[in-house]
Design a binder for this molecule. Structure first.
Ligand code: GCW
Length: 732
């Protein structure tokens, strides 16, 4: 990606033309992944001819920073993909044109038949049509940002090798807030970050604008992401001080043309820490006044500031409960401070206390009873599952349970519990699984997607957030395949009805190659990869079996300050069986779901086996649907998970030569790491659970490589992204 494209220099493509031979020669060179899915490498010749035909001239609306960014991207894309350098004209002068703009900025498109009312504020059309007798492509929207999204959509069609003969795309997002949450600290460490340091160089802001910020904005806009929270939810009050707000304003200026608003995490105790007050009680008038003045200050610098994201009374963070107040008291106080400026509060439901009977129940217990007491500029940000971004969880029971409150979905792209950056795990199927799950909140068909997009219970705020996996590594995400999780998140946030398979295919085509054999094999790998990780880490509904640093298996972990951080708390393996009884005979967490769902999860027979041990404590000799005992089946799942990774490795090695060797080699090495670690997970888990089940491995299944004590002794105190205390957590 060329960082010069920032809206100020729309004619980068012409510069490239001067050195055309260089640009074209570069395609065979090694690639480092920096360009993400926006590589714009030349496409096949047949399509090229057809496409060139219709791209002699770009007729663009009156320039604005956003429209300039769109035209700039278009020229860059056309040059890279087609070798075409269309002229940019204010009106149609040639036979073949791309018309790009809004009815206001480009009045000639008003006469075209477009369903403007279906596009809303951010949607777009991309169409091939005949304009004054000439073949033409129309990229149009009601707003400039819609035009930019349409431009990326058009380029995606070209990049994925689709014909331009009969394009008819009309697309508009159903969810209004599509946000990346960075867990980045001001000193550039990233909590649960596996891609190097934070990309935000606060020290050099506001005076130095790293070109990466522009490329970040392009990448986000290309998939429709329209908000970013650059700082950690485990927040520092410093980010709310005037110098840091100035730095944030500089970022906001960079992002504005790309339709991306900035938000901030707000530390609840900031009025004490940086405001000199004695309290942060949300009902105290001086506290309320402090936040109001703080909001005014922020909006004075950043008129389109998005609002606050808050983690309160969770994992030691301060919050309204410190003063005997509720989450609603806290959220509403901030909401009132932002309301006059149009800002929102995203208040997280990720809360749990030491000593509860079931960590999975606590978010629901704290929030359900507050339904109806939040301001309409508050949304409750709910993790996809009730524990914490595990390889598989059932959907969070708050979805659909708060009809009078906006609930937004939070998923995690950084793979804290899914093998960090070295394991190839495409998260599309995970996100799709939760979005498609039926909550039965208002009868059958009440999917999480419908709760989140407000079509089930209408709300002013609808949103999806992804915990970012972006860092300063050259390839952005720590591995090439993790780029697909950034990409896939944006695409699903824009349109929850897309299939993750189709998204994977787009991404593979844009990122690697349009060769059908390559695409088919790599998409298959990606689509199976999440289930593979579930199998080698936590099959059949097991959860939270990793070490305290979150790297590698530690099913034996127990004790410590918080039972809900230990593996034994979750798996509850004993001589009789394994699994957490969440039915009426146990914690009764099932009762938090709608009756139809509760009935299903309460029944041992009806609970899907993929969630069996989440809801039931099951005897080792229980007969699974396959006819195998639970113990045998568990061993088979672990083994199958490892086998799937070996298969991925083999598939990938069969593709040698199909792409540049630099990216090929890194993926190969990472798959080798994944295979080794998958085996570690399998062997350590089986070795430990065998001390509870006292059963032999089913015949034909390899014994574990080492005995349990070997695995228990493994310790990695300097795991990336871990919280500082992890270095002292080597003892079980
Ligand atoms: O997943 C857990 C992480 C914490 C994180 C927390 C949260 C930012 O282990 O590192 O803190 O969730 O979501 O708040």
């Amino acid at each position: 990606m060329n960082s010069a494209v920032n809206g100020k220099r729309p004619l980068t493509a012409y510069a490239c033309l001067l050195v055309a031979s260089l640009c074209i020669a570069s395609q065979s060179r090694a690639e480092d992944g920096y360009e993400l899915w926006l590589r714009y490498k030349p496409i096949g010749t047949r399509q090229l001819e057809a496409s060139r035909e219709s791209t002699t001239e770009i007729v663009a609306g009156t320039p604005s920073p956003t429209l300039t960014a769109a035209v700039s991207e278009l020229t860059r894309g056309l040059f890279g993909l087609l070798g075409a350098s269309p002229a940019i004209a204010p009106t149609v002068t040639k036979d073949r044109s791309i018309l790009i703009g809004t009815p206001r900025s480009l009045p000639i498109i008003r006469q075209l038949e477009v369903k403007w009312d279906q596009l809303g504020a951010e949607g777009y059309v991309v169409r091939s049509l005949t304009y004054e007798g000439h073949p033409t492509i129309l990229i149009a929207a009601n707003s400039d940002i819609g035009v930019l999204y349409g431009t990326f959509s058009f380029l995606r069609l070209l990049q994925t090798g689709q014909s331009l003969q009969n394009i008819q795309v009309l697309s508009a997002p159903r969810v209004r807030y599509r946000i990346l949450d960075h867990w980045d600290n001001l000193g550039r460490s990233v909590e649960r970050g596996y891609a190097g340091e934070s990309i935000w160089d606060w020290h050099k802001l506001p005076d130095y604008i790293d070109p990466r910020y522009i490329d970040y904005a392009r990448a986000c806009a290309s998939v429709g992401i329209n908000g970013t929270v650059p700082n950690n939810v485990n927040a520092s009050s410093v980010s709310l001080t005037s110098p840091y707000l100035g730095k944030l304003a500089a970022l906001a200026n960079v992002f504005r043309p790309y339709g991306i608003r900035v938000y901030l995490t707000a530390k609840f105790s900031a009025p004490i820490e940086i405001g000199g007050l004695q309290t942060a009680d949300p009902l105290n008038p001086s506290v309320q006044d402090w936040w109001r003045r703080k909001a005014d200050e922020i909006y004075g610098l950043i008129p389109d500031f998005g609002g606050f994201l808050v983690k309160a009374n969770s994992e030691g963070e301060p919050g309204p409960q410190d003063y005997g107040r509720t989450h609603a008291d806290g959220a509403n106080m901030l909401a009132d401070a932002l309301a006059a400026h149009g800002g929102i509060v995203m208040w997280r439901a990720f809360v749990y206390r030491a000593g509860g009977d079931d960590r999975a129940k606590q978010g629901f217990e704290d929030f359900k009873r507050l339904d109806g007491s939040f301001r309409d500029n508050v949304t409750i940000q709910v993790k996809n599952g009730p524990i914490d971004f595990q390889p598989r969880e059932p959907f969070h029971p708050l979805f659909g349970a708060m009809p009078k409150t906006s609930t937004m979905l939070e998923v995690q792209l950084t793979k804290e519990y899914l093998g960090f950056a070295t394991h190839l795990v495409f998260l599309g199927p995970l996100i799709e699984e939760v979005l498609r799950t039926d909550t039965y909140a208002a009868g059958p068909g009440s999917t999480v997607a419908k709760v989140v997009d407000g079509s089930l219970f209408p709300h002013r705020i609808t949103g999806i957030a992804g915990v970012a996996n972006v860092g300063s590594d050259r390839n952005w995400t720590g591995s090439h395949f993790d780029q697909a999780n950034w990409y896939g998140f944006g695409r699903l946030a824009w349109d929850a009805s897309l299939s993750s398979r189709a998204i994977a295919e787009e991404w593979v085509r844009m990122t690697f190659s349009n060769d059908p054999a390559f695409v088919g094999r790599v998409v298959a790998m990606m689509m199976g990869s999440r289930e593979a990780a579930v199998n080698y880490m936590t099959p059949l509904g097991l959860t939270h079996q990793m070490s305290r640093s979150h790297y590698g298996p530690a099913p034996w972990s127990t004790g410590g300050p918080e039972a809900g951080w230990t593996s034994t708390y979750f798996a509850r393996a004993d001589e009789k069986g394994i699994g957490f009884d969440r039915t009426v005979t146990g914690s009764n967490a099932v009762a938090q779901y709608a009756p139809q769902v509760a009935a299903e999860f309460s029944s041992l027979k009806r609970t899907p086996e993929r969630l069996l041990l989440w809801f039931h404590h099951v005897p080792w000799d229980y007969r699974m649907r396959s006819g195998n005992t639970l113990w045998d089946e568990l061993v088979m799942h672990y083994t199958h998970g490892v086998q799937s990774v070996s298969d991925m490795r083999q598939t990938w090695s069969s593709l040698q030569g199909a792409i540049d060797s630099e990216r090929f080699e890194q993926v190969s090495s990472f798959l080798a790491i994944q295979e080794k670690e998958a085996k570690w997970w399998r062997d350590a888990s089986i070795a430990y659970f065998q001390t509870r089940s006292h059963r032999l491995l089913p015949s034909g299944f390899e014994p574990t490589e080492h005995d349990l004590s070997y695995y228990e002794a493994l310790c990695f105190p300097y795991v990336p992204g871990a919280r500082p205390e992890a270095s002292s957590l080597c003892k079980k």
